[in-house]
Design a protein around this ligand. Sequence first.
Ligand code: SF4
Length: 159
Amino acid sequence: MALTRLLVSACLLGQKVRYNGSDKYLDDRLLTLWQQQGRIVAICPEVAAGLPTPRPPAEIRPSDGRIFEDTGADVTEIFETGAQIALTVAQREACRFALLTDGSPSCGASFIYDGSFSGARVPGQGRTVALLRRHGIAVYAPSEIDTLAIALEREDCRA
Ligand code: SF4
């Protein structure tokens, strides 16, 4: 039985790649198991695109979907580049699933911030998530890890 692979946000794995230099380590037995099984492909789309760590926070502007740093700089194109790199890696590594950090303008799977840098959340998805989903990759937030585990098990049985 082949084990299904999945793309995972590097910050969930403890890599300090977030805009503020921190991680978002997800202490979960399933994630640990998947690491031990060699299923996981780590990616930080923003760092892969060449952004430094730390870097200014960025949010998606709801009116037109463009992405701005809190400095006012338009970083839409570099976030698009990061999304393309993540898709290329997922396809190369045969990842049909992804577990990505919620809230991020790249990795948010169920919510993002509203573009005002006030901490207000809105339902939505990040750039990388949108691109992965358009290409048939099922993306889950950390809060959905149990559902992801069921989907992975089903896929393992099919393979
Ligand atoms: Fe984590 Fe994704 Fe942000 Fe990189 S782009 S720090 S992987 S949430």
